[in-house]
Design a protein around this ligand. Sequence first.
Ligand SMILES: [Zn+2]
Length: 133
Amino acid sequence: MEYDELLGKIMKERKANRGERFIPPDVEVTISGQKTVVGADKFAKYINRPLIHISKYLMHELTAPGQVDENGKIIIGGKFSKKLVIEKLNSYIKEYVMCKQCNSPDTQMTKIENNFVVKCLACGAEYPVGKIK
Ligand SMILES: [Zn+2]
């Protein structure tokens, strides 16, 4: 395939992706003993945010200890329902993914010094987001 042709194909695919609705993949939430296991690796990839950042948010919101294991699962100390975990993940998307200006999910988050900045690829807005304590 010629380079121009390839480029055209990529641009077309990008356009198609933009038109799609933003539907993050399902997150598996299971209780194992006294712990809650959250399979959010695909979710993290889809929303383009580091799993560790998502896990910190969950821990903060649920006021529970936790960690990311070697299989890309978030392990939270304590038992939490899937409904509650999904609710928290939805508020994470609202807070850290959706552009506050134009509501596009097509954003990037970068760390500048000690602060996270969200940059929107759709409208160009750039703003700092709250730190998770
Ligand atoms: Zn925007």
